[in-house]
Ligand binder design. Structure first.
Ligand SMILES: Cc1ncc(C[n+]2csc(CCOP(=O)(O)OP(=O)(O)O)c2C)c(N)n1
Ligand SMILES: [Mg+2]
Length: 529
């Protein structure tokens, strides 16, 4: 059935949308038309409008003729037309808009982008304190006050931005600290997952040292950022990770076997063994696959957040990145884009002091990352990343603001990379071993949370040893299983990118197969050719 929407363009133009999409014959088009007539300030579709709507659906040509005779009567404003076109376009894909007959002002018809109107922008203050209104002038972007003084804005604040913390080093709440209460169940689960992550890191790291896997990256020292932030999110929130946040996946239910399968690159790895270890991803768990190309996930996260906003979803996007990630252009482009489009995205920067061997003093001269939020018009907070309760509270509050007020939020979590950058690194070559040791012991986020749950009477020495021994057993079992699972077939190396593989790829596959046949001893025997 052919359905059409007729739009009158004053003074004489007529745009006709012929919609073939199955949805178009149902209510959305009628709704579009109703909203159109509604936007013409008719209290509800008048009988004339209703008749026209019915005519549109049954006899498009007659409707067109009728509309042409009525254009003097209905003179919709440009915004009214835009909203109708937007509604009609979202009711049917653009490929089903078959014909557009334009009048004098029809050049812009059909090109209305599906933009989301501004909601609650962080409006700049109109005047600075104490300056009279008549000394202010409208410049592009708003009024700015004049001053007779020639004063440069200082490159650094008088005082560094404070760091929000709930628990002291002994796991006791600071006096007057404000935080979101955590139930016994959530607190114990957070602690359990932090221990699991720590144990997984130790065992997988050793497996790499034994030559069983090719590479590994630990999250040691950053367990609270991983687990407490994950606990504060909801499952529908989309995660765009860097690579040092496997705890978020763990919290969402990625099994130890799934972690092991990825690290061993076996046939059960979702990436089909085509990525290095630690490049986890799970469609099912709303966790986008790790891309080790630093900061590329940040613009993706903002785009996804903008789409959640357009779809009016009750969810946000969370993206993680390191201090090194903020030196990439992608970070700056993404945070600015998020601010301007008011996208519901939480940026969590793990400022762990190092980007491999580059200290933060060689990365930036600003007071860390948190101050950049204000520069881009993004609400921000600096948090003690080794304090699970502070992380939990700030991420939960950020989520409420991001979704409720449709805005981006930046969290700078201060921490320390207590392990080497990866198994390809020896960090004692560029930082003192006793500094690493101090962070591993005195500042360990896992034992800090343990002290707090113990002081609440929620944890015991017995529970501790049972947990550690169980997790260790499960991990060793997962590794043994993953190691025995067959590797993905060679053909998988060449699939999933092109619908029809190009000739150079086919040639490469042929050469690879011939080389394996010629030198079988050089290739693992467990890879099906
Ligand atoms: C675009 C790009 N440049 C360089 C690298 C090499 N590289 C891998 S990790 C890394 C350091 C990143 O540091 P940071 O963002 O602070 O994360 P951290 O490792 O400290 O968690 C670099 C430079 C890369 N993977 N991608
Ligand atoms: Mg870093």
């Amino acid at each position: 059935m052919l359905t059409c929407a007729v739009i009158l363009l004053p003074p004489k133009g007529i745009a006709v949308f012929f919609l073939r999409h199955p949805l178009a014959v149902q209510s959305p088009l009628s709704l579009s038309l109703s909203s159109f007539f509604f936007s013409l300030s008719l209290p509800r579709p008048s009988s004339r409008a209703s008749a026209l709507m019915a005519l549109c659906r049954r006899r498009p040509r007659a409707a067109l003729k009728h509309a042409a005779s009525q254009f003097e009567l209905l003179k919709p404003s440009r915004p009214a037309l835009s909203s109708l076109i937007g509604a009609a376009r979202s009711a049917a894909p653009s490929s089903s808009v078959l014909k557009l007959i334009g009048g004098p002002r029809a050049d812009w018809v059909g090109r209305t982008p599906r933009r989301f109107e501004s909601t609650v922008a962080e409006k700049l203050p109109r005047f600075t304190n104490g300056v009279a209104g008549n000394l202010a002038m409208d410049f592009p972007g708003g009024k700015v006050a004049f001053t007779p003084e020639m004063s440069f804005i200082s490159e650094s604040p008088e005082e560094r931005a404070h760091c929000y913390r709930v628990l002291d080093e002994d796991g006791q709440p600071l006096a007057h600290s404000s935080f979101i209460q955590v139930s016994k169940e959530v607190a114990v689960r957070m602690y359990t997952e932090m221990v699991t992550l720590q144990t997984m890191d130790n065992i997988f790291y050793e497996a790499q040292r034994q030559g069983r896997i090719s590479f590994y990256v630990t999250s040691i020292g950053e367990e609270a950022i991983n687990i407490a932030s994950a606990a504060a999110l909801r499952f529908d929130d989309l995660v765009f990770p860097q690579y040092r946040e496997p705890g978020v996946l763990l919290w969402r239910g990625f099994t130890l076997q799934e972690f092991a399968n990825q690290c061993f690159g076996n046939r059960d790895d979702y990436g089909k063994g085509r990525q290095m270890p630690i490049h986890y991803g799970s469609n099912k768990l709303n966790y986008f696959t790790v891309s080790s190309t630093i900061a590329t996930q940040i613009p993706h996260a903002v785009g996804a957040a903008y789409s959640l906003k357009m779809d009016k979803k009750d969810a946000c996007v969370v993206t993680y990145f390191g201090d090194g990630g903020t030196s990439e252009g992608d970070f700056h482009a993404a945070i600015n884009f998020a601010a301007v489009r008011e996208a519901p995205v939480i940026f969590i920067c793990r400022n762990n002091g190092w980007a491999i061997s580059t200290p933060t003093s060689d990365q930036f001269r600003s007071d860390g990352i948190v101050v950049r939020g204000q520069a881009y018009g993004v609400r921000s907070i600096r948090v003690d990343g080794n304090d699970a309760l502070a992380m939990y509270s700030s991420v939960q509050a950020a989520r409420v603001m991001a979704i409720g007020e449709q805005r981006p939020i930046l969290i700078e979590a201060l921490t320390y990379r207590a392990g080497h950058h990866s198994t390809s690194d020896d960090s004692t070559k560029y930082r003192p071993a006793n500094e690493i040791e101090w962070w591993r012991t005195a500042r360990d986020p896992v034992s800090r949370l343990r002290k707090w749950i113990e002081s609440n009477g929620w944890w015991s020495e017995e529970a501790e040893s049972e947990l550690r021994s169980n997790v260790r057993k499960q991990l060793l079992h997962a590794i043994q299983v993953a190691e025995k699972v067959e590797k993905p077939p060679i053909s998988d190396l060449f699939t999933d990118v092109y619908d029809v593989p190009p000739s150079n790829l086919r040639e490469q596959e042929m050469v690879l197969r011939e080389t394996i046949k010629r030198y079988p001893q050089e290739y693992p025997g467990d890879v099906p050719v």
